[in-house]
Ligand binder design. Sequence first.
Ligand code: ZN
Ligand code: MN
Length: 262
Amino acid sequence: MSHLLPDGAVHLAAVDAHRLAQWLGGGPRTVIVPAGALEQHGPHLPLGTDGLLSGRIAAAVAERVGALVAPTFTFGYKSQQKSGGGDHLTGTTSLDAQTLIALTRDVVGSLLRQGVRHVVVLNGHYENYQFLYEGIDLALRDGGVTADDDRCVLLLSYWDYVSAESLEAVYGDDFPGWDVEHGGVLETSLMLHLEPGSVWLDRAQEHPPARLPRFDRLPVVADRTPPSGCLSAPTGSSAEHGRLLFEQVVRDLAADLVAELG
Ligand code: ZN
Ligand code: MN
């Protein structure tokens, strides 16, 4: 049905309103909303890494399932020391929870009111998740969308699609855990595959995974974050690992959307 759209169109922002209306009228439609952050990722990755990755995964999935991709949320909820190094670090430019909840509520609500049947919020920044969830819940409440409605919203973080086989292939026995995968092997490998011109591996710093307390302390004790800003080192990253991760995640996520949404 994507012949209703300009050839190869996958981004909502690049489609005209008249063809969009036709497309929406032609069947149950899905729009994917990628979410990221503007957040320091050490000396070797750009601030926009989280949104770049969720946006690229969203575009590849959309191509497979015939969906459109909304503009990425390029700011996210505050980076936390135990998952992103902390909000005190230069370059990290964050939203308060109320702002992210409101943004999500407004965008998801607007898409549903225009006739989008399924919205998929594809998260790429660890700290966003519960606030995206809240924004979606409020949008559904605003729109009176209940369980017997055929409209729905899915929410996911892309790393939850990385399979055990991919983990084994990329990390062997050294997987440090998703919370400390900040500026580490996953993001660096994906960036090497997708945006190699924006990775500066010669500037990467070698260090063991961060060992942080079980509690959160506020204000943070800044020097508990490794000086690199990364919570694990990118040592062992490669474009080949990135390709494997990207293709596996896109394939499994696309299959899930087809199974769940038809
Ligand atoms: Zn990140
Ligand atoms: Mn992040």
